[in-house]
Design a protein around this ligand. Structure first.
Ligand code: HEM
Length: 381
């Protein structure tokens, strides 16, 4: 499609007609220009029946906003979750969590499901610690994230989970207004209060719930799928085991190669064109970031895993004003996992033939359902 019909007319899983953009340069053009291509339809309205693109933008729905309305939210998100100082503060905690999880597995004899026993607890602990929510409550937002990103979830089920989660998060916000701490939620509340247009409780609730929902399954799946890809290309796993300093480059390459999502939706605000294809105002555009990140014009031999590749500039975390707010946290978690797991478990291997690994379907976050693995020995931290 990239070669023959780079802007193709398609029918999406929810029945919506859209233009599918598959080339790297065209994808960047669409995602980088919110004046012509608005987010008001939501990023996944083509995929999730419970988030139809025609619904008006509600209070606090930052992921559907454009321009200054959206910038107001990003300015408050930045100090809470993206600055270098923030990420450095989290680094020791992420390392410790990864090591503790492996220490726990050292007492078990395989096979175990790496997704369930390593990737999910690592990412849910980090997000819980980031927001200062009790670790014991993580089951609720795991359930929320999985329900929200599942294309089979009906409108009523989604509403029920949302009510529960919003109620829970709103309570946390009220407590942070009274006694702020150092966590990301406190930063959101404090910065939000100080803003010239102070943030309402509902706006803050949607921001925090957005972090909880978007920050957990995405990264857990990237870790699990990334480990599978490395085990399938053993020499690159072995290189990481011998030299953990390669982990940051490997993380970047795995996000490029494996991409976790299902395309990003936009709606044209004016009559325009992409690569010579006329697009009328009001028409939907789906940007296939995975196809764009496999564009040989941008990444030579794109299907090949190459942990030495200069993969930066990929769109696995999106591009433009809405690009992932949690990408530095995701990078930290992935890099830590890839620097720790091969080094401490150099004999890690699949416990079933690779063709038996099942993949998630009907969800915006792709990856293996489970990753049964085994090993000879887990080395000390
Ligand atoms: C490997 C892991 C991850 C991947 C592949 C990923 C991917 C993405 C992508 C492609 C977008 C852009 C959506 C668009 O343009 O409409 C996005 C947005 C977002 N991500 Fe992530 N993400 C990851 C991890 C995280 C984490 C760890 C957090 C939070 C701690 C997070 C929070 C968000 C939020 C809140 C947005 C919406 C930003 C906005 O609309 O301004 N993500 N992510």
């Amino acid at each position: 499609m990239r070669t023959r019909t780079p802007v193709a007319r398609v029918t999406c899983p929810t029945g919506i007609e859209a233009w599918l953009v598959t080339r790297y340069a065209d994808a960047r053009e669409v995602l980088g220009d919110s004046r012509r291509f608005s987010n008001r339809c939501g990023p996944a309205g083509h995929m999730l029946a419970n988030m139809p693109p025609g619904v008006p933008v509600g209070e606090g729905d930052f992921s559907k906003m454009d321009g200054q309305d959206h910038v107001r939210f990003r300015r408050v998100f930045a100090p809470a979750v993206t600055t270098v100082r923030r990420i450095e503060e989290f680094r020791p905690m992420v390392r410790r969590t990864a090591d503790e999880l492996l220490d726990g597995l050292a007492a078990v004899s395989g096979p175990v499901d790496l997704h369930e026993r390593f990737a999910k607890p690592l990412t849910s602990s980090v997000i819980a610690e980031l927001l200062g929510v009790p670790y014991a409550d993580r089951g609720m937002f795991q359930c929320y994230a999985e329900t929200m990103f599942d294309g089979r979830t009906g409108v009523n089920d989604l509403a029920a989970v949302r009510v529960a989660l919003f109620g829970y998060v709103a309570n946390l916000i009220r407590s942070r207004r009274v006694t702020p701490g150092e966590d990301a939620l406190s930063v959101l509340v404090t910065r939000g209060q100080a803003h010239e247009k102070p943030f309402t409780d509902l706006e803050l609730t949607k921001m925090a719930a957005g972090l909880l929902a978007a920050g957990y399954d995405t990264t857990a799946s990237a870790i699990t799928y990334g480990v599978l890809a490395l085990l399938a290309d053993r020499s690159q796993f072995d290189r990481l085991a011998a030299d953990p300093s390669l982990a940051a480059g490997a993380a970047e390459e795995l996000v490029r190669l494996l991409g976790g999502g299902s395309g990003l939706m936009r709606v044209a605000t004016v009559d325009t064109e992409i690569a010579g294809q006329p697009i009328a105002a009001g028409e939907y555009v789906v940007v296939a970031i995975q196809a764009a990140d496999h564009d040989p014009e941008r990444f030579p031999e794109p299907e090949r895993l190459d942990i030495d590749r200069q993969a930066s500039g990929h769109m696995g975390f999106g591009y433009g004003p809405h690009q992932c707010v949690g990408q530095q946290i995701a990078r930290l978690e992935l890099t830590t996992a890839l620097a720790t797991l091969p080094r401490r478990v150099p004999t890690l291997r699949l416990a079933v033939p690779q063709k038996e690994i099942r993949f998630k379907a009907d969800t915006t976050v792709y990856g293996p359902v489970a990753l049964p693995v085994t090993w000879d020995e887990i080395l000390p931290a």
